[in-house]
Design a protein around this ligand. Sequence first.
Ligand SMILES: NC(=O)C1=CN([C@@H]2O[C@H](COP(=O)(O)OP(=O)(O)OC[C@H]3O[C@@H](n4cnc5c(N)ncnc54)[C@H](OP(=O)(O)O)[C@@H]3O)[C@@H](O)[C@H]2O)C=CC1
Ligand SMILES: CC(=O)N[C@@H](CCC(=O)OP(=O)(O)O)C(=O)O
Length: 411
Amino acid sequence: MICAAQDGRARYLQRQREVNRQVRRSTPGAEGARTDVCARDRRGRAARRAARVRRMSLHAHKLVCITLHMGVTAAVAGASGYGGGELLRLLLAHPEIEIGALAANTSVGLPVTDVHPNLPDLSGRVFTDAETLAAAEADVVFLALPHGQSAAVAATLPSTVRVVDLGADHRLADPEAWRRAYGGEHAGTWTYGLPELPGARARIAASRRVAAPGCYPTASTLALAPLLAAGLVEPQDLNVVAASGTSGAGRSAKVNLLGSEVMGDLTAYKVGTHQHRPEIVQALSGVAGTAVSLSFTPVLAPLPRGILATCSGRATPGTDADAVYEALRSAYAGEPFVRVLPPGRWPHAAATLGGNAVHVQGTFDAESGRAIVVSAIDNLGKGAAGQALQCANLMLGLSETAGLTAQGIAP
Ligand SMILES: NC(=O)C1=CN([C@@H]2O[C@H](COP(=O)(O)OP(=O)(O)OC[C@H]3O[C@@H](n4cnc5c(N)ncnc54)[C@H](OP(=O)(O)O)[C@@H]3O)[C@@H](O)[C@H]2O)C=CC1
Ligand SMILES: CC(=O)N[C@@H](CCC(=O)OP(=O)(O)O)C(=O)O
């Protein structure tokens, strides 16, 4: 852009030289008529006026160029984790965001590429501590921290800075529900960052603080919301069974996440008690306009990443497979990241990996009287970092899809 400005200046100087040459050529002799003098004055005034206008527009152009050249700066807290690492991968490909301070905890002082060897373009960068975030003057700060850690960091940031929290601290509106799910004091409620929910885009765009949803809530809510909105299922007795890859549990070492424990196994966990149930209930109750009830069973799957959620509800009279499909299709027509698969094709978690896509398919099971929707996401993509970036794009007034893709990597 700066080069474009310099080209413009060169063209301007060239035109100026031509004008001057023309003025010189038309200059009459000493005995020249008065009309020639007037014409010369008029041409001189016009040239000066044109030059002034060009100088002003060049100056304005330079300002725009400099602004664009500097772009928007993003800082990340929790940059050494799985969510933070995926965010860095996305930010490196973002056309308008530069990467600023990268804060960590036990990894402070380590080269970023020691922890994220998949990001060689960050060689030379080291993790700093959270205090550097406040001093870094970023336009947007992403918090990819364990539960309970976000509020303290957010409090150090000016209210003008956009903050997107990938964690759960600010997702729930009911402090009591938050205490039951996570323990400790509730740090306050931020705008819920699921852009595909009715009315959410405008709320996110107008917010300086956004709580990005959890991975299971993203997959479950986007599967069931269209059916509730269309009145195709009862708000009571919703059911979700969702399998997740191990990166959903973060990067810190845990015995149950060892390869030898996970490989070749599938296990349900936190059955009936998982902390994401109140979040899914909150989001779906908002869509249904009444309190929903939901059973939620997570399953740990032997995959590094990916979620497949099987979601169902008791069908209301008249619901059939076509109505379920049509509700999904019309809810997500024009959505850049939610893809309703062609009839008969069911989601694969692997097809969403590396992207920000949500794949959904639905039907009606006449035997059980239940409408069923299966959804797939990458828990680190649309379930975490991709969603956070989608929200940040909206908050910053950038294209919602900038730096994001609906295409996955395969195999
Ligand atoms: N993984 C996923 O699929 C999803 C995660 N999330 C949420 O995103 C957040 C991050 O998750 P994830 O990346 O998986 O977690 P990780 O455990 O992989 O990473 C946690 C990050 O937070 C840092 N950290 C740990 N403790 C502290 C502390 N006390 N103060 C400051 N920084 C600290 C770690 O630094 P260091 O490594 O240097 O110790 C690391 O950078 C969590 O709230 C999680 O629930 C949300 C949706 C999906
Ligand atoms: C596989 C696995 O263990 N997954 C984690 C998901 C946690 C998570 O991502 O938490 P938030 O989205 O609420 O921040 C779990 O079930 O607790």
